[in-house]
Design a protein around this ligand. Sequence first.
Ligand code: GTP
Ligand code: MG
Length: 253
Amino acid sequence: MAADLAALGSVLVIIPTYNESQNIESITNRLRKAVPEAHILVADDNSPDGTGKIAARLAESDENIHVMHRRGKQGLGAAYLAGFEWGLDNGYDVLVQHDADGSHQPEQLPRHLQALADGADMVKGSRWVAGGSVVNWPKSRVLISRGGSLWTRAWLGIKVKDATGGFNAFKADTLRGMDLDEVASAGYCFQIDLVWRAIKHGFKVVEVPIEFVEREFGDSKMNRNIVVEALIRTTLWGVQHRFSQLAGLFKRG
Ligand SMILES: Nc1nc2c(ncn2[C@@H]2O[C@H](COP(=O)(O)OP(=O)(O)OP(=O)(O)O)[C@@H](O)[C@H]2O)c(=O)[nH]1
Ligand SMILES: [Mg+2]
């Protein structure tokens, strides 16, 4: 039988934003409808297009919406780390990562929450498990995403099908137990870093299917550096992991 969602406690959805003025209002509206009891934290990096001001206006009229105004663009990973810290300091029991650009569907968040209630420590929204899908994504992006996950699985020896996915939910104790102060990754790699950390620390990671929709408005912040960072860091973690496996074998032998 499915476990009770209410028992999960308070939920904070963190939305990092950089120039999402065309998206922020509709995504917060959808989230408020889909999971009314959840709180939202917009972590804005002083977007030149005024996203922070729109978020501040939304927060004024809705006590479930909060805004963190950050100094300037420091990358998605840094914004999430600041959001996690704020959420943990403020006593939330569940913390969710959610993009502003419409790629993640707020209506699918209850599935993440149910998986946490059923015993997962971290839940990853996955495009590449049965029932998952992408809408309007160019072939090149599918290739990068699938290739990146394959590379990650091969090096790190993990079963996660969508390692780079960014629609994730955590129990607060999972984040507390992952040594987040050691995270240095900035782009896509941040998502791989989080799931690798969760697995290494012995937490139960579950993937749930999501429909990922290419953004209609605004520009992607994805670039070649982000892909290269992910490739280099994942390979380094993989080499370290394989060495420690070998060292373990020698010790035992
Ligand atoms: N605060 C903050 N948010 C960011 C930064 N870079 C990206 N974001 C936000 O992070 C979310 C994901 O960024 P996207 O540009 O959509 O990048 P992506 O989803 O990895 O790439 P696509 O698949 O092309 O959409 C969006 O809500 C962005 O506004 C940043 O430097 N600071
Ligand atoms: Mg996006």
